[in-house]
Design a binder for this molecule. Structure first.
Ligand code: ADP
Ligand code: MG
Length: 352
């Protein structure tokens, strides 16, 4: 009977690993079974997380080349995927970039630096609002990019709005099947992102996600996860860039495997290959493992309940039946064999 729980967990965990799901604890494997709400980060989880610069709309008479070179000089100091897209474009088109100093990043908002004695700020609408830079004149351009599921950012030089850049981050081909599978199982799906509302809604629309929380700061993702917990057990799936706190706050945190080390630290489950299409397999496998544990406990316990009195000799007076110590030992071993055999069936648990 002592084998009933650990063997099932062990075999279940091993099977999960074969399917590209690294489960970090027995508890995590248990908790997955009754996930009712799945909250998903957008950038890097539903999308590739490697956007490229697709549009440059200059708003005043500053030459386009200058805008890009100044922006790239600043973004070279940033780790953000948007920054990488801008830098990649600039490096392809220009030999040398100016130097940036006094770099400052404002989490979930944008970044600033001094480039050739000029103040450069790049970021979301709320970042410009925070800096007191007027954006009304470019709002239509900004929103139009968002509607195309691109992420627009404003560029300001010396406190004056001068361009809107847009980066496009392709949706992972496995995202839609994963969302569909979860929904068909009656699991609610919500998207949490720091990206702007128009972009988030456009991506959510393509994927069929109807609950969207956009333009939220990383720390607010935690509050949102807490709020969702009122609806049931919440799993959060993220890539770990800016969402490690949410991974830790959820009942169960799943990191897509290209994520940063910190995400892997704060997560309970790692979905390898950077894809979330195995999330439903993980939930199903958890349910199968738990069922397997109950079967083991039921049979091992039932078997003992049945055979112990016989071994004690209750059938001896009326039927003359008595378990010889040798048979009893064999019977004991058989209960372990049964448990092992039943647990090993999990090795062939189907992926879908
Ligand atoms: P997500 O939840 O999508 O991963 P983040 O919280 O990382 O989003 O960023 C939210 C928003 O802040 C971005 O969509 C962008 O508008 C702005 N932002 C953050 N860092 C930068 C940067 N280095 N350059 C330009 N914009 C940035
Ligand atoms: Mg992300």
């Amino acid at each position: 009977m002592g084998l009933a729980v650990p063997t099932s967990i062990l075999v279940g965990t091993e099977r999960a690993a074969q399917l590209g799901i690294l489960v970090r604890s027995g508890e995590a494997l248990q908790k997955l079974q009754d996930v009712q709400v799945v909250a998903v980060d957008k950038t890097g989880t539903l999308t590739e997380g490697h956007p490229s610069l697709t549009d440059i709309q200059v708003l005043n008479d500053i030459p386009q080349d200058k805008v890009i070179r100044m922006a790239a000089a600043l973004e070279r100091q940033s780790e953000h995927p948007i920054a990488k897209a801008i830098v990649a474009y600039a490096e392809e088109n220009f030999h040398e970039l100016p130097k940036a100093t006094s770099f400052l990043t404002t989490t979930g908002m944008g970044a600033s630096a001094l480039v050739e004695d000029e103040q450069v700020d790049i970021g979301a609408e709320r970042f410009m609002a925070h800096l007191g830079i007027e954006t009304a004149q470019a709002k239509d351009i900004f929103d139009a990019f968002g509607a195309e599921a691109k992420t627009p950012v404003y560029v300001a030089i010396d406190g004056e709005l001068c361009a809107v850049l847009a980066v496009a981050d392709p949706i992972k081909p496995t995202a839609k099947p994963a969302i569909d599978a979860l929904k068909s199982r009656g699991i609610k799906v919500a998207m949490l992102t720091g990206d702007n509302t128009k972009t988030a809604n456009a991506v959510a629309h393509v994927l069929g996600i109807d609950t969207v929380k956009a333009e939220i700061l990383p720390k607010d993702k935690v509050d949102e996860v807490e709020r969702l917990k009122a609806k049931g057990n919440v799993a959060f799936i993220g890539d770990g860039i800016n969402d490690a706190p949410a991974l830790a706050a959820a009942d169960i945190g799943l990191a897509v495997g290209t994520g940063t080390d910190v995400a892997i630290e704060t997560s309970d489950v790692i979905l390898l290959h950077g894809q979330m299409d195995t999330v439903l397999s993980a939930i199903r496998l958890s349910r199968k493992t738990m069922r397997n544990i109950w079967q083991n406990l039921f049979w091992a316990f039932g078997y003992n309940v049945l055979l112990l009195p016989i071994a004690a000799g209750v059938l001896l007076p009326s039927f003359g039946i008595m378990l010889s110590p040798m048979l009893a030992a064999g019977a004991m071993a058989f209960s372990s064999v049964f448990v092992l055999g039943n647990a090993l069936r999990l090795r062939w648990a189907a992926a879908s």
